[in-house]
Design a protein around this ligand. Sequence first.
Ligand code: OOG
Ligand code: NI
Length: 453
Amino acid sequence: MSSAFVSSDEIRDRFSRAMSAMYQAEVPQYGALLELVETVNRETLDAQPELKASLEARGELERLNVERHGAIRVGTAEELSTLRRLFAVMGMYPVGYYDLSEAGVPVHSTAFRPVSDAALARNPFRLFTSLLRLELIEDPSLRQRAAEILARRDIFTPETRELITCFESEGGLTSNQADRFVAEALETFRWHQHATVDRATYDELHAAHRLIADVVCFRGPHINHLTPRTLDIDEVQRRMPEAGMSPKAVIEGPPSRQCPILLRQTSFKALEELTRFRDEEQGRHTARFGEIEQRGVALTTAGRRLYDQLLNEARQAAPGTDNAAHQAHLTDVFTAFPDDDVCLRREGLAFFEYRLAEGESRIEGKLEELLAAGRVIADPITYEDFLPVSAAGIFQSNLGGQSSSGGKEGRVGQGNANREAFESALGAEVADELALYAERQAASLKALGLNRG
Ligand code: OOG
Ligand code: NI
């Protein structure tokens, strides 16, 4: 009786709200951050009616208040592949492969997220999920110990496992089952004050890389941040200190622009938290933080190439850790990136979705002419994914404040990207994010009976 099932979108919506409530209770500063973001978003919408109209037309105004992403880190293939099944219950699928090892972070990652337009519009909740690369621990006996510790834990409650299997065999969950699933699944992401190891083991793993200690020494992959979407990240960053948060030095990603591209991110620093080791009650661990993001248009392969090239160029001559100087320098370098929608579209740098203007029903003719006549409208497609260089910056700023250029963590090697190994651990391929945007663009043209050009 499939009619008795609630949709995966509904389960995801319930889960993301429950996760947010849990994180607010665990990390009160996150609640303060949500309030700050809401205030700045309201002020921005009041000051920029065109932005408001455009978000409204694209169905993004409604999702703004529920929109957030989170991040977790796991240690084994079994954990990762079970997470894949768990997220599928909520209509979240692995998209993109991110190699962070190049930046000295011994993980590779994907983002579990909804993919269809309707699902994204309902609630675009995403989880950036990293798998620890134990093979990058250089000391073989430490590597072995870490693997043994991980093999002893089960990060899922028995009922979570049952409900996943039930979803898979029955094709859905009833509303009651969905509520139980949300409550049980949440247990996986909860913070545990008790470490599973003694102090010496923690210290040794921590010395190899802080991230390894964070993944290996606890009962589960505590959610390490949640990130609301802001419409003005510079303003939120500016106001963070007066709201009692200590922001990361610089905003990651592209500079502020007329037409925002990709993703800009910043965070407040991880908190030191009381941690009880097996043989010591008064330990400390820093893991959890808060982050904000501002999203812009998704870039095509050509646009992304230009972004990567300019970002690299900017990083060659980076002025250091003063955000104002950093942003001015980025703005300077990014003058080479066209900053109006028409250019971005005509030069094939960004993805757009096409719709009929109000009052239009049947159209014929060439796309460019219809656009020029205002009969068809091209809306930028929002970037729904992540950026590896920015992600490395976020990781690093919460691992003790070193720059992303390496630092003192010397006991892990720098591996090469290994997407096949990641997908084999995951038990599935990750979707290609560029293909998803291209499909969305093509589908919108097809719906209008038009082809590109
Ligand atoms: C994930 C850091 C990356 C982002 O938004 O790019 C990230 C982590 O620290 O586990 O969340
Ligand atoms: Ni994040």
